[in-house]
Design a protein around this ligand. Structure first.
Ligand code: SAH
Length: 257
């Protein structure tokens, strides 16, 4: 079983449309579709916006469905000057940038006893990059791919000063509102994960109108990566064992309630 999360309807619609649905349930107010996509058993949830919603959804999916890997797919605001709307970021590291214990001498994003960096599963990052290459084989025609750090906070960023700060403080490529919460929850539960983001805007003055204008089209870019990644991650070896990820997976458990 794989789990896929998006925050907004537009981020889950294409995948939902391609699934053969076994059942639909609501847990903690979150719609969860269980079914099959390209022969892979899947749960798909739309978590809602922000780190709290993302955390609740991730823990709920892990507890109820015991996924052996989790993928978040959605949109983000790009932080580098040369980025274009529609470019894709495969997230290798995430930071909860609005966690602020600097009063205690800690760095922005740092929690006691924790590294501020949350690392995606390296094997899933590589598989996602390969899925991008398969989805967009002509580098001159399609979106660009970047691998690197993305920061998450409970704020829609449309402010040049804030974007410059995020870029310089965290060496981040993009900003969004869920990824670090998903990653943190997966890390605590030992579930391998990866986050894929297509750029809907560039987090500057026009971000909210750019976001609204581009949401539909750029969601298609993350979906095109997702539709190739899922069969790869879901593939089983000839001996019937799941394809490897970089980390140990939690033990399989009882069927979902
Ligand atoms: N449409 C919503 C607001 C969307 S918030 C409303 O009606 O209020 C933006 C969503 O896209 C979040 O899920 C976030 O993860 C992502 N996102 C895209 N661009 C962003 C930016 N510039 N700053 C923060 N999050 C961004």
């Amino acid at each position: 079983m794989l789990a896929v999360i998006g925050a907004m309807k537009e981020e889950v619609d294409s995948l939902a449309a391609g699934m053969t649905v076994a059942d639909q349930q609501v847990h903690a107010g979150i719609d969860v579709i269980r079914g099959d996509f390209a022969g892979v058993e899947l749960v798909l949830a739309q978590c809602g916006i922000g780190k709290v919603n993302a955390t609740i959804c991730t823990q709920m999916l892990i507890d109820l469905y015991r996924p052996r890997a989790l993928i978040f797919s959605g949109v983000a605001g790009g932080l580098l000057p040369n980025m274009r709307i529609g470019d894709v970021v495969i997230v290798s590291h995430l930071i909860q940038y609005d966690m602020d214990l600097t009063a205690f001498g800690r760095r922005h994003g740092e929690l006691p006893g924790k590294d501020r960096m949350i690392e995606s599963d390296p094997a899933l990052v590589q598989k996602a990059a390969a899925a991008f290459d398969a989805a967009f084989p002509d580098p001159a025609a399609g979106p660009s791919l970047m691998l690197g750090t993305v920061v998450s906070g409970d704020r829609f960023v449309q402010d040049p000063d804030k974007l410059r700060w995020l870029q310089r403080e965290f060496a981040a490529l993009a900003t969004e509102m869920e990824g670090a919460a998903v990653g943190y929850t997966c890390e605590l539960n030992g579930v391998p994960f990866v986050v894929i983001r297509a750029l809907s805007d560039t987090a500057s003055e026009t971000a909210s109108s750019d976001f609204a204008a581009n949401l539909h089209t750029v969601c298609e870019n993350s979906f095109r990566v997702l539709e190739r990644l899922i069969p790869d991650v879901g593939a089983r070896a000839a001996d019937g064992r799941p394809a490897p990820t970089s980390r140990a997976c939690p033990a399989p458990s009882a069927a979902p309630r």
